[in-house]
Write a protein that binds this ligand. Structure first.
Ligand SMILES: [Zn+2]
Length: 437
């Protein structure tokens, strides 16, 4: 074997072709750059806007950000001239149900199938991405349809946001996460039903086995379920402690659906990472969440949308009215007290793609500042997901996830409801024409 042959063998063995002067297709892709020329860039950490900036994107990541005057185009670069638009990080929704649709007719619900959920997911993932949401947590889906949806997006087969998925939400018999529409002779049980320590541990392990990135549980009753009370606790403290211990040991965070104050408190004391909804949050649960650094994920725009447009069966509608009467006031108090917030929407209770309306409620109904609302949808949401190194801000080394809007969203947060440009992981899904120098 001569030297060249030996070298070729070393290249093969190391599978480090680049070192031998041969680039793989992925490495080639990383070499081509896209220069995003932005009229303005909003720094979501500081709330400062910088004019005339260029974001250099290489492959799926941000390589650098700096004044346009200092970034020269090189041969082979693609230039995206966004004119006077304002660029900010892609938004994040930590509470969606992409495989579900806003139709709560009981017969429609009972005749849903995993195949229908999967088809819904393909449509809703695209609508969510085009609305400017480049990452989501999917917290509850039937038949692990969310796992396959995530994988199909990651493989490039279909368009959608980066996803963390929970699989079926775990809950008690007869609770919000069970299926309670039929009498006993039909033996209908929700996918995620588990009672008692051993059973909840088995369910956590099963969800992880089949691809869950996080664990979703129902700590209290809910609105869109039959026969249960949003204020009543469902899992016991001990059951939730067992769930959290197993999930955390296996590297998964836990999101707890909780409306009632006692359920919020118990879930927080059990160590869950986020409280979803939090409608009846009180002083004791506020104090516990602050002490432990637990995130609150309010889902408030759905109330406005449902009251205006919803056609809920009476047994759901009455609960929606009762919860809506108190939730905004309680959430406002919790935020004023300093509880950390990540943006969630519960999209599927209203049409997917309207997710950014949640920011309008935070700012114009419960008194958050625009920058705090945007941080809830970027930095905080990324932190809750454990994705701070990947997304949430526009910084070198993170995914090239960004959106552009016509005005400074700090002056009018509703401009985020009409996103003009969407890039996810370096790929443009919506926006201006490309130019090459
Ligand atoms: Zn939900």
């Amino acid at each position: 074997m001569n030297l060249m042959q030996r070298l070729a063998l070393v290249c093969l063995v190391l599978a480090a072709a680049a070192q031998c002067g041969v680039l793989s297709p992925a490495q080639q892709a990383r070499k081509t750059r896209t220069l995003v020329r932005a009229g303005h860039v909003l720094d979501v950490k500081t709330g400062k806007v910088a004019d005339a900036q260029t974001i250099v994107v290489a492959g799926d990541s941000i390589q650098s950000i700096g004044p346009t005057a200092s970034v020269q185009a090189q041969p082979g670069d693609t230039i995206m001239d966004l004119g006077s638009l304002t660029v900010l990080p892609g938004l994040i929704d930590v509470h969606t149900h992409l495989t579900m649709v806003p139709d709560f007719d009981p017969y429609r619900e009972l005749t849903s199938t995993d195949a229908k959920e999967a088809i819904n997911g393909v449509v809703n993932a695209r609508a969510t991405l085009l609305a400017g949401f480049t990452s989501v947590r999917n917290v509850g889906a039937g038949g692990y349809t969310d796992v396959d949806l995530r994988d199909a997006i990651n493989s490039g087969q279909i368009e959608g946001p980066h996803m963390m998925v929970s699989g079926p939400a775990i809950g008690i018999t007869g609770g919000h996460c069970d299926e309670n529409l039929l009498p006993v002779q039909y033996h209908l049980v929700g996918d995620g039903v588990a009672d008692g320590i051993a059973a909840v541990q088995q369910k956590v392990r099963q969800n992880i086995k089949y691809g869950a990135d996080l664990i979703k549980i129902c700590a209290t009753g809910g609105v869109l379920s039959k026969g249960d009370d949003p204020q009543a606790s469902q899992y016991t403290l001990e059951e939730m402690q067992a769930i959290v211990a197993d999930a955390h040991r296996l590297g998964r965070k836990v999101a707890a659906h909780a409306h009632g104050a006692q359920g919020i408190l118990w879930a927080t004391e059990a160590g869950v990472d986020s409280i979803e909804h939090g409608s009846y949050i009180d002083d004791a649960s506020i104090a516990a969440m602050k002490k432990r650094g637990t995130y609150l994920v309010p889902t408030l725009y759905l109330e406005d949308w449902q009251i205006e447009n919803g056609h809920l069966p009476a047994f759901y509608h009455q609960k929606m009215v009762s919860v809506s009467a108190v939730a905004k006031g309680n959430i406002k108090r919790a935020i004023e007290a300093g509880v950390k917030v990540a943006l969630g929407t519960d999209a599927a209770v209203y049409p997917h793609g309207l997710n950014a309306h949640e920011l309008d409620v935070y700012v114009n109904q419960i008194g958050m500042t625009p920058i705090a609302a945007i941080q809830a949808a970027t930095i905080n949401a990324a932190d809750l997901m454990g994705w701070s190194a990947k997304t949430g801000t526009l910084e070198a080394g993170k995914w090239a996830d960004m959106i552009a809007v016509e005005k400074n969203p700090l002056e009018d947060v509703r401009v985020l409801e009409d996103v003009k440009f969407v890039m996810k992981a370096g790929v443009i899904y919506k926006g201006a024409e490309k130019k090459t120098p």
